[in-house]
Design a protein around this ligand. Sequence first.
Ligand code: GUN
Length: 277
Amino acid sequence: MIIDGKAAAATLRAEVAAEVAKLARAPGLGVVLVGEDPASAVYVRSKNKACREAGMLGFEHKLPAGTPEADLLALVRQLNDDDSVDGILVQLPLPAHIDTNKVIATVSPHKDVDGFHPENVGRLASGLHGFVPCTPMGCLMLIKAVRGDLAGLDAVVIGRSNIVGKPMAQLLLGESCTVTVAHSRTRDLPAVVRRADIVVAAVGRPNMVTGDWLKPGATVIDVGINRGADGKLVGDVDFASAEGIAGAITPVPGGVGPMTIACLLKNTLTSAQRRQG
Ligand code: GUN
């Protein structure tokens, strides 16, 4: 079975739009892009478009690559103080001269729709309510749509980034999975992956996970967005060899990507509901 992330995302976006329509004021999302990274520019444009389609306001702030850190922090504080802004997203990666952790910590935890602020990271780890990062949140929704109750299942997350791997592991742990976080130093990765009922691949290595690594029937979530030599998008999973072994698998594109944006809208809605409620 191929998991249709586009359809799942369309359903979630329609649900969000219906809730937005009930609010007295349209939710606002401040999106900050520093520099001209083409991939980031594409993401930021689609985030703004999705906002408008859900009845939200997107406030786009494009800053030149050489923007001093102090200017970026000042903009973030201005968005923190702006009552028409319910969510703030600073697109990563930031240029090397800017301290990313400092920027993340400056975003108000109450507007941190990316779920990157240390307070929200801690809340997720403690099982408390807070903002959950959009990509792992979308992955979990897809996994639950396929598997239902996840309790007791073996889950392997490949990759340990703050944006995907670590929060994904926390979410699966919260669902009572037995969670393994594998990474570049893991020994015998194929053997580790072969134990998994659920595989989430988030490493950024094109076609790394092949069908012979998979337990038959496994649910495979491919977070990778890699550009092949021919310019086409390919995931971290070799779809051709994995498709016949996996019980369910996400394609690239059309799998996790659309869910990330839908979850961003969901988080922005949640923030607006809390702030207006
Ligand atoms: N860069 C790659 N993924 C993300 C994300 O989810 N949020 C932000 N802000 N930047 C990213």
